[in-house]
Design a protein around this ligand. Structure first.
Ligand code: SF4
Ligand code: ZN
Length: 467
């Protein structure tokens, strides 16, 4: 299920077949469409569409193209309109230095006053930039700095990331710019340009992952390949989703789910999805048997929202063996069944062993993803107990340096690093497939890690993307 986070359905391009376009969107799995206004008239049209169709949501605001026409009275009316129950954001607003249809000082003024409007109304903003990203970022950064509580009243989450305040639509910046916007509480949104040949947007996306993005068609513009140049429509969002899935070797479903989660969160659309004890990524089924962990890694969102690619893993109660087995169904339908949630599975060793034994008895393949502290946690060498139950093991190395390891995980670095290495060595003795992983962050020397793992343990190192 997709959310098209940016489509100008009020456009005249749809005057003859709007209902058909919307029907095609629904048939293609578009669950909701967010329609941003560009001036007072189109903002009203967006609201009218949202009143007519229960899957459409509206944004109201003045596009930079129309900034010179935005009188104080117009802006007051926009603010009044923003109180409508179907309005989910102020937008689209921003700066366009490519066309310069409005003088730049007016663009800046209208952009700033609409940001203040969004802050007063506690709504997110939808930002348009063209050849103006640095200036727009500067203005947004100043607004956030002067209003740290913006959006936080609406969201009862304590994520590792700040509460979302808006989206840079049709994002065309660098990976560095994308990360700094995420750190500020903004999403970036990608339209059909990611399907274009040699697209810089696709290159940025490759570096930042798709965990923190929104998807949009920007209809009627920006039609994705192979429809480039034609009138665009929300149903084409699938071509964008498929392209991104292809870039990452994931499924279209994975990409759609992650982006849908972010759009729901940003625009406060619908209730959050319930927590899951099993979740599917690619064609593997992951088991979320605990959210407890003996460590507290600073890069881990276990105590925050605990979301993995749009799957909510924030379980409030640990499932029983029977509940997990029931949720798995037929394990042979999957490439593998993986013990991996936002918690350390060996904390529940009995459940792990019972479920794994059942999966093996049904002909499934089992992998254990672990921090490698299971033997310390259970006060005995647990590796021999897993023989026959587990086919492969993945141990988080995190760092070759015990001091850094301890700091990253908020544990006794010397003691647990040694325990983790011993655990990996033990696994190497018993299991044909053992890998160790590090998270690809700047502060981690992945080459040193690779050399260490190959030389000291004799297994392969995998770098997990830090998204
Ligand atoms: S070991 Fe894994 S689950 Fe535990 S805090 Fe670290 S990243 Fe999170
Ligand atoms: Zn737009």
């Amino acid at each position: 299920m997709y959310i098209d986070s940016h489509a100008h359905i009020f456009s005249e391009d749809y005057q003859n077949d709007r209902d058909e376009v919307l029907r095609r969107a629904r048939d293609a799995g578009v669950e909701s469409i967010v329609v941003p206004g560009t001036n007072l008239a189109t903002s009203r049209e967006a609201v009218a569409l949202a009143e007519k169709y229960d899957f459409i949501y509206a944004c109201v605001g003045f596009h930079p193209h129309d900034a010179s026409k935005a009188t104080t009275e117009h802006l007051r009316e926009i603010e009044e309109l923003s109180a409508h129950r179907r309005v989910v954001a102020i937008g689209e607003i921003g700066l366009d230095y490519h066309y310069d249809f409005s003088p730049r000082d007016q663009q800046v003024g209208v952009f700033e006053s609409q940001i203040q409007m969004a802050i007063r109304r506690d709504l997110p903003i939808v930002i348009h930039t063209r050849e103006s990203l640095p200036d727009a970022m500067e203005i947004v950064r100043a607004a956030v700095a002067n209003s740290p509580g913006w959006m936080s009243r609406r969201l009862n989450v304590h994520s590792r990331r700040p509460s979302p305040k808006g989206v840079f639509h049709c994002f065309s910046g660098t990976a560095e710019e994308a990360w700094s916007l995420l750190d500020l509480g903004f999403f970036v949104s990608y339209p059909g340009i990611v399907t274009f040949k040699n697209s810089p947007a696709a290159a940025t996306l490759e570096q930042t992952g798709f965990d923190h993005i929104l998807l949009e068609t920007d209809s009627p513009y920006m039609a994705p390949v192979p429809l480039r140049g034609k009138r665009n429509e929300p149903a084409n969002i699938r071509l964008i989703g498929r392209k991104i899935a292809e870039i990452f070797g994931m499924t279209e479903e994975d990409v759609a789910r992650a982006a849908r989660f972010n759009a729901k969160k940003l625009f406060a659309i619908g209730p959050p999805d319930p927590p899951q004890i099993v979740y599917k990524l690619r064609n593997s089924l992951y088991l979320n048997i605990t959210i407890r962990c003996n460590a507290d890694c600073y890069f881990c969102d276990r105590k925050g929202e605990a979301i993995v690619k749009g799957h909510n893993l924030k379980i409030e109660r640990e499932p029983t063996t029977q509940e997990v087995i029931q949720a798995i169904g037929d394990p042979t339908r999957y490439d593998e069944i993986v013990f991996c949630g936002y918690g350390e599975p060996t904390i529940r060793l009995d459940v792990l062993k019972e479920v794994a034994a059942w999966v093996k008895s049904k002909g499934g393949k089992v992998r254990l993803n672990t921090d490698g502290h299971g033997s310390v946690i259970n006060h005995r060498n647990i590796v021999p107990e897993l023989v026959g139950l587990v086919d492969s093991v993945s141990v988080s190395l995190n760092s070759v340096d015990p001091k850094q390891y301890g700091e990253m995980m908020a544990i006794d670095g010397e003691r647990f690093h040694r325990a983790m290495i011993d655990f990996a060595r033990e696994c190497k003795k018993y299991f044909p497939e053992v890998v160790m992983t590090v998270v690809g962050m700047n502060e981690i020397d992945t080459e040193a890690a690779r050399e260490f793992v190959e030389r000291e343990i004799g297994v392969e190192l995998r770098v997990r993307p830090y998204f």
